[in-house]
Design a protein around this ligand. Structure first.
Ligand code: 3H9
Length: 690
């Protein structure tokens, strides 16, 4: 008996209950007493069978992720499961909530699995840069067949009971009292008197066609996005077919340890905790009451507004979409219909789901129709005058206590809030395009934003499946402000001697999905040109490209050529010649620019700006910056975000090179942030700052 594990004998059945809140993770505090309990039940002649169940909200959600990277403590999870598997009397796992990772592996060590109908099972280790390390890749293929196991393990996606039962992953599904159902199941098995076969002895499903399996591997791993874990996971499942059980198990362990010690896994584990940490907002108590949000208004039916409307409707929220006139409204609603039709065509939703979502969205041109909405999200033109008008109108019609949100991507939220008589209800909800797809939501906290309004924004984010990060007011908030610092040197790099292809190659090699020039081409050069003009700024190369009609992909030419409607960028001799000419005009002698210099002049200023953002309290912690960049800007997951990567790479090295470039150029973006200087001096990390 211990705080975390209890064992009771109920008429010859040992009921072992694990209780390690919040999610029964299999840390040492659980493994050690569970091992002792299993040994006792195994040895006790009065015990005819064993049920393993969990208290609290879920069955075991996996190994304790926070233990990875620390010295291992015995017994290990594989030892525990080996003991379980050495027990001849029938064993049953009673699964409710989620049996994930090591939790499912524990259940696979039992003879049988009985699950609550609402339960989910899965092996999500790949999401942490890992592979299952306690037999999951060897036992699951024996239970459900290699191809089905491959799909579950490589995708990391949990499956519900309908599928789990069809695959044979669970033996019975219970409605109602799970513990009683597991007990009844076990008693029936005891009465049958065996034979009870452990999964290790079940080889029947392994007789598969290897060519077909390899085709399934190719299919399952094609979305690996440069990550190693999914490929290693597939290798481990293949071993389950080609190697003897114990050899495959031993190899799985080696592969698991390799992955566990990789930067990729450290980065993904960092992101796992960072994403959860980001929801803990200074000044907002956990029990702060969120205001209910069932009906939302979205102002503006352009690309952003339509995307936001879909994001809300997808989360089950009723939406009223407002536009100035009927034509614009029709266009927006038409766009929504078309997008959903695309989802049906791709098979991500069915026709009935499309109709259900569409039915949640209605259009209006009349502000008065928004009076019963719990929140209004404005997504109109980025102009303070326009925002003032919209917020003034909302202030008049919205009911008391309604939340007034702006999707502005860089304007001053406090100035927007000042145009209402209720600045405490005003918050920024900065979605990223396409808003129904991109997971990041920057929640902008104004000077007067009330705690309940922030709590409501966080609850809304969770409901519609977004990853929220609360940020303070400044130009561009966290993401766009750092993006501006990252692109500050783009033109100078070209003028110094780099080519767009070369810069983009350095980004691709780092793991970004796209380099900055391919990205500008996709977004449209005219957009940033207009923005520059409004601020009285110039960019010699990009301005000249715009004057020559090089507006990017949509025009078939930008920094690259896109021939015959292709999306594949090709080097453009016109651009090369233009860059040379502009350098000449400016008296810049072009030279060879190496990959390292490109990294130093793009990535380092961005990290520097991130440090300033933390220093100023615009982000509550450095890991929030990582969450923003990975979820909103394509920063490679395997590198954990700019601040995590900087710390891993060496803040001292970065500061040295920033100093160098500051000396060369005198540009502010290179002037090392005091915080970076301090960490470089002390050798400390961002986590030590708290
Ligand atoms: C593994 O099993 C490896 C093995 O194959 C081999 C080993 C040898 N460990 O997400 P929530 C914390 S790898 C430690 O907000 P929800 C979490 O940080 C593991 N802590 O709740 C949070 O803490 P806080 C494979 C964990 O209801 C709190 O619990 N398993 C773990 O939205 C609540 O979490 C996984 O990858 C953990 N394993 O979702 C499953 N899990 O309150 C990971 C959670 O201080 N977990 N915490 O912020 C999940 O996916 C979700 O937590 C779950 C619940 C769906 C279970």
């Amino acid at each position: 008996m211990s705080d975390t594990v209890t064992i009771t004998n109920e008429d010859g059945v040992a009921v072992i209950v694990l209780d390690n809140p919040p999610v029964n993770a299999l840390g040492h505090a659980l493994r050690a007493p569970l091992f002792a309990a299993l040994e006792a039940a195994k040895a006790d002649e009065a015990v005819q069978g064993i049920v393993i169940a969990c208290a609290g909200r879920t069955f075991v959600a996996g190994a304790d992720i926070s233990e990875f990277g620390k010295p291992p403590l015995e017994p290990s999870l594989p030892d525990l499961i080996a003991l379980l598997e050495s027990i001849e009397k029938p064993t049953v796992a009673a699964i409710h909530g989620t049996a994930l990772g090591g939790g499912l592996e524990l259940a696979l060590g039992c003879h049988y699995r009985v699950a609550d109908r609402a339960a989910m099972i899965g092996l999500p280790e790949v999401n942490l840069g890992l592979i299952p390390g306690a037999g999951g890749t060897v036992r699951l293929p024996r239970l459900v067949g290699p191809e089905a196991a491959l799909g579950i393990i490589v995708s990391g996606k949990p499956v519900g009971m309908e599928k789990a039962q069809a695959l044979g992953a669970v033996d019975a599904v219970a409605d109602g009292d799970l513990r009683a159902a597991a007990m009844a199941f076990l008693r029936a098995k005891i009465a049958e008197d065996g034979p009870h076969r452990h999964i290790r002895a079940r080889d029947e499903k392994l007789a598969v066609d290897l060519d077909a399996f390899e085709a399934a591997v190719a299919d399952a791993t094609k979305k690996a996005r440069g990550l190693t874990a999914p490929l290693t996971a597939a290798e481990a499942v293949r071993n389950a077919i080609t190697m003897a059980f114990d050899d495959a198990l031993a190899r799985e362990r080696e592969l698991f340890l390799e992955r566990r010690d990789s930067l990729e896994s450290a980065a993904q584990r960092h992101l796992f905790f960072a994403t959860r940490e980001a929801t803990k907002v200074p000044g907002i108590a956990r029990d702060t009451q969120a205001r209910p949000i069932e009906k939302a208004a979205v102002i503006g039916a352009g690309t952003m507004g339509a995307g936001i409307a879909m994001a809300l409707a997808n989360g089950g929220i009723e939406v009223r979409l407002l536009e100035l006139n009927a034509e614009a409204l029709e266009r927006g609603l038409g766009q929504i219909d078309k997008t959903y039709a695309g989802s049906v065509k791709r098979g991500s939703i069915d026709a009935a789901e499309k109709e259900a979502r569409l039915a949640r969205i209605s259009g209006t041109t009349d502000y008065a129709a928004l009076s019963d909405c719990d929140i209004a999200i404005e997504a109109v033109f980025e102009d303070m005058g326009v925002k003032h008008k919209v917020f003034g109108a909302l202030d008049k019609v919205m009911k008391p206590g309604a939340i007034l949100a702006s999707n502005t991507s860089y304007l001053d939220l406090d100035e927007i809030a000042a145009s209402t008589g209720r600045p405490q209800d005003v918050v920024g909800l900065h979605f990223f395009s396409p808003a129904h797809v991109m997971r990041l939501l920057e929640i902008v906290r104004g000077d007067h934003t009330a705690p309940e309004v922030l709590a409501s924004a966080l609850a809304l984010a969770r409901r519609i499946g977004k990853v929220p990060v609360v940020v303070g007011v400044c130009n561009g908030f966290v993401g766009n402000r750092m993006l501006a610092a990252r692109r500050e040197e783009n033109e100078s790099l070209l003028l110094s001697g780099a080519t767009p292809e070369q810069v983009d190659r350095v980004f691709a090699d780092f793991g970004w999905p796209m380099g900055p020039f391919a990205m500008v081409d996709l977004a449209g050069l005219d957009i940033s040109w207009k923005h520059r003009q409004s601020l009285g700024l110039t960019a010699p190369v990009a301005d000249a490209l715009c004057e020559a009609g090089h507006f990017g992909q949509k025009a078939g030419r930008g920094f690259y050529l896109y021939e015959d409607g292709s999306r594949t960028p090709k080097p453009d001799p016109f651009v090369a010649e233009l860059i040379e000419r502009k350098a000449d005009e400016l008296g810049i002698e072009r030279r060879t620019v190496g990959a390292e210099e490109i990294t130093e002049r793009t990535l380092y200023p961005m990290i520097n700006e991130g440090a300033r953002i933390v220093e100023e309290g615009i982000a509550a912690r450095a890991s929030d910056v990582d969450v923003v960049w990975v979820n909103g800007y394509g920063f490679p997951v395997a590198k954990g975000g700019p601040m995590f990567w900087a710390e891993h790479f060496g803040i001292g090295r970065i500061v040295d090179r920033l100093e160098h470039w500051y000396g060369e150029t005198g540009k502010e973006v290179f002037k090392p942030a005091p915080l970076l200087r301090q960490l470089a001096l002390t050798g400390g990390g961002f986590a030590d700052l708290a």
